[in-house]
Design a protein around this ligand. Structure first.
Ligand code: PEP
Length: 258
């Protein structure tokens, strides 16, 4: 069944841009998306840039997101950033458990679970929980199990208020930054597994009301059309193709039929 949820398209700028480049790109995005009302668009720049990008986005419809958060509310945690600070700075979204953090910084789903909990309990930020299998898991047919496990570890026991949304970003690790997105049918299938697992955990009504499932992994202006109208696909998380305003706009326009 297709769904009518409003699409969300998030840009993950990672650590690719310096402060000046970040601000310039944010300004270009504001111009580009001036009349866009196809869905919700958000930018996730580096931590340091958040306050200045917030100022640039003020008055526009583009939302602000952070790329990470710490799992405690406050305290002696050198170098970490709390959910409340992100909220104070004006973020609407926060990525949790991106695969680059899982792979490079040994972030695991116990940490991801704690991050999700603190975001939900201490702020109004919408968490974007990243899940996805690596190439070895995909090749050996373990994807469904991996997704099931990741979701259970991240979300079990979460107290989800009616008004709170959670976005699940399905990002097959082997597709991220590879230049080739996965086949749309394969994304659709994975999204179905995710939706079924969420329905088992929270019930269908809650899944319809509170969850969105977005895809990430080498989506660009050329292949975005392949993802249009896919079942259970509520948007995109875009890395490389979000570093140029024209290309990100083209992706957003395509996926929302704007
Ligand atoms: C990402 O890392 O979240 C991502 C989607 O990257 P890319 O689009 O570059 O594959």
């Amino acid at each position: 069944m297709k769904n009518g949820k409003e699409k969300v398209i998030l840009a993950n700028w990672k650590m690719r841009l310096n402060l000046k480049e970040t601000q310039e790109l944010a300004q270009e995005m504001v111009k580009k998306f001036k009349d866009f009302n196809g869905g919700t668009v958000g930018l996730c720049p580096n931590f340091i840039s958040l306050p200045s990008v917030k100022k640039i986005l003020d008055g526009s419809q583009i939302k602000l997101g952070a790329q990470d958060v710490f799992w405690e509310e406050v305290g002696a945690y050198t170098g970490e950033i709390s959910a409340k600070i992100l909220s104070e700075v004006g973020c609407d979204y926060v990525l949790i458990g991106h695969s680059e953090r899982r792979e490079l910084l040994m972030e695991n789903y116990e940490m991801i679970h704690k991050k999700l909990k603190v975001v939900l309990s201490s702020t109004k930020l919408t968490p974007v929980v990243c899940i996805g299998e690596n190439w070895d898991e995909r090749k050996t047919d373990r994807r469904n199990f991996v997704l099931y496990e990741q979701m259970h570890q991240a979300l079990s026991g979460i107290d989800l208020k009616e008004s709170r949304d959670i976005i699940i970003a399905y990002e097959p690790i082997w597709a991220i930054g590879s230049g080739t997105a996965i086949e749309p049918e394969e994304a659709q299938y994975a999204h179905k597994i995710i939706k079924m697992t969420l329905s088992d955990m929270f019930g269908e009504k809650t899944v319809e009301r509170n969850f969105k499932i977005i895809y990430g992994g080498s989506v660009n202006k050329d292949n975005a059309k392949d993802f249009v109208g896919l079942e259970n696909l509520d948007g995109l998380l875009v890395g490389g193709a979000s570093l140029k305003a024209d290309e990100f706009y083209a992706v957003a326009k395509t996926i929302t039929n704007f």
